[in-house]
Design a protein around this ligand. Structure first.
Ligand SMILES: NC(=O)c1ccc[n+]([C@@H]2O[C@H](COP(=O)([O-])OP(=O)(O)OC[C@H]3O[C@@H](n4cnc5c(N)ncnc54)[C@H](O)[C@@H]3O)[C@@H](O)[C@H]2O)c1
Length: 260
């Protein structure tokens, strides 16, 4: 399939989990992908896997909270390929504590990875997208962009914030033909979620099985986890649309957890 033939897609946090699957999905549709991640070894491994399967990929070491690293990485992508068609701002972490115990440095880290990261990568890409009069930026939100859960104050704050950034970018970017949208997944079994299960069990005083059944999947229509493939397809839907009408929106992919 060639929906993204000759296109360059940068995906942050794509060495593992959801981001990696998004990269693989873009490659299947003909795109060249940039695997931008804090963990260079893992990023290179993902890029090598793609190349071994006949795809095109470039690994870049990038801490999305560091302005210099972000700018250098995005500039390198443009120098290498001469265009940037799509940015998926996906890098993320999860830290759970009740508010009264939330360490301030961890609060700041959460907001930095999700919000500074989205802002810095967006700003660096707009430098190339605006003159090219073309671009699509997709933020990895969450059901927690729309809903709150105990212990997740920093995450919920950050994920709600991404809706605001996407909406402003949709307004500012329109005259440059740059669109902005948010994908909002439910729980997906990735390292980020696997780490939370024992942490939440301890914090809530319940079993790990109860965390899965009665916390994470309780409000889905069928008790199922969302998959990385489900999320990747939603990202490609936004990225692949040629319609200027599809901007400033958010799409929940969650087995019905939170309907709007
Ligand atoms: N897993 C879920 O259930 C779920 C649900 C909704 C939203 N999300 C969101 O999806 C995104 C990806 O999560 P995931 O579950 O695949 O997690 P993951 O832990 O598998 O992957 C996250 C990736 O981000 C990278 N990363 C972390 N900090 C970074 C930084 N400062 N700079 C660059 N890269 C960094 C990590 O190295 C890792 O490769 C996150 O934004 C997360 O909030 C996940």
């Amino acid at each position: 399939m060639t929906r993204f033939k000759d296109q360059i897609a940068i995906i942050t946090g794509s060495a593992s989990g959801i981001g990696k699957e998004i990269a693989l999905a873009f490659v299947k549709e003909g795109a060249t992908v940039v695997i931008a991640d804090l963990k260079m070894d893992a990023a290179q491994k993902t890029a090598d896997e793609i190349i071994a399967q006949g795809g095109r990929a470039l690994a870049i070491e990038m801490d999305v909270t560091k302005e210099d690293q972000v700018n250098a990485g995005i500039d390198k992508v443009h120098q290498t390929y001469g265009r940037i068609d799509c940015l998926v701002s996906n890098a993320g972490v999860q830290i759970v504590h009740p508010i009264e115990e939330f360490p301030f440095d961890q609060w700041k880290l959460m907001l930095a990875v999700h919000l500074d990261g989205a802002f810095l990568t967006t700003k660096a890409c707009l430098k190339y997208m605006y003159p090219a009069k073309s671009g699509s930026i997709i933020y990895m939100g969450s059901v927690h962009s729309k809903e709150a859960s105990p212990l997740k104050s920093a995450y919920v704050t950050a994920k709600h914030g991404l809706l605001g950034l996407a909406r402003v970018l949709a307004k500012e970017g329109a005259k440059h033909n740059v669109r902005a949208n948010v994908v909002c997944p439910g729980f997906v079994r990735t390292p980020l979620v696997d780490k939370q299960i024992p942490e939440q069990a301890k914090a809530l005083g319940i079993s790990e099985d109860d965390v899965v059944k009665n916390v994470m999947l309780k409000n889905t229509v069928d008790g199922e986890f969302t998959t990385v493939e489900d999320v990747a397809q939603a990202v490609l839907f936004f990225a692949g649309s040629q319609s200027k009408a599809l901007t400033g929106q958010s799409l929940i992919v969650s087995h019905g957890w939170v309907m709007e």
